[in-house]
Design a binder for this molecule. Structure first.
Ligand SMILES: C[S@@+](CC[C@H](N)C(=O)[O-])C[C@H]1O[C@@H](n2cnc3c(N)ncnc32)[C@H](O)[C@@H]1O
Length: 198
């Protein structure tokens, strides 16, 4: 018992974060799913449909969380590669980054998804090779999404998509950034998933 209390005290910051996250999730009631940060079944299906199968195709998800969307993409992309880029800076349970990463690696074990522990910014400066499809769902700040979209456009990636288009959260700048870079008329939306029309 004393050891347990001692262990709680030693990890007090993590315990506090976990409790406040749980409190938030319980309070959020019907919005709890949004608070979990993932995609709905309908959105995952749309993203997988957008990932048309080409031999040797490379698909990248930037912001993978626990890998649930990456896992479905992996099922769809039979002959190619799936990269999951994440710096493990956020998760809805307040897990420390190393635990978050280990959990995601476990979910993706047995798949061919390659996890890249890196920020979107750093990864974009060093990535080489062809990318056939990119799905952005990391930072949702206007400046960050705009930089990602401009990079994807300059690089000529054929299939560019992402999440949280139309999200009413005032801290999310996805819609503005996507519309500015690609033009509203060129964007197709399913749920809150967006893609540049082919
Ligand atoms: C909303 S979740 C992604 C949900 C995931 N796409 C899915 O379908 O389940 C956002 C993820 O992006 C990661 N993230 C946030 N900012 C990032 C950044 N600048 N670079 C890389 N990953 C980032 C967080 O660690 C978190 O795992």
């Amino acid at each position: 018992m004393i050891r347990r209390v001692w262990s709680l005290l030693c990890h007090w910051r993590d315990v506090k974060t976990a409790c406040s996250t749980l409190g938030y999730l319980y309070d959020a009631k019907s919005e709890a799913l949004d608070a979990l940060g993932g995609l709905t079944d309908e959105e995952i299906e749309a993203v997988c449909d957008w990932a048309t199968e080409n031999a040797g195709m490379t698909v990248v998800e930037v912001g993978t969380l626990f890998g649930l969307t990456a896992r479905e993409l992996d099922r769809k992309i039979v002959g190619g590669r799936v990269l999951a880029v994440d710096n493990f800076s956020w998760n809805p349970f307040g897990l420390p980054p190393n635990v978050h990463e280990a959990f995601t690696r476990r979910i993706l074990s047995g798949t061919k998804v390659e996890i890249v522990n890196c920020s979107s910014e750093d990864w974009r400066t060093r990535v080489t090779g062809r990318i056939d499809m990119i799905f952005f769902d990391a930072s949702h700040r206007y400046e960050d999404v705009k930089a990602e979209c401009e990079w994807a456009k300059e690089r000529g990636i054929a299939n560019v998509c992402g999440h949280d288009y139309g999200n009413p959260n005032p801290r999310f700048g996805v819609t503005r950034a996507v519309d500015e870079v690609f033009g509203k008329e060129n964007v197709e939306v399913v749920g809150m998933c967006w893609r540049v029309k082919p």
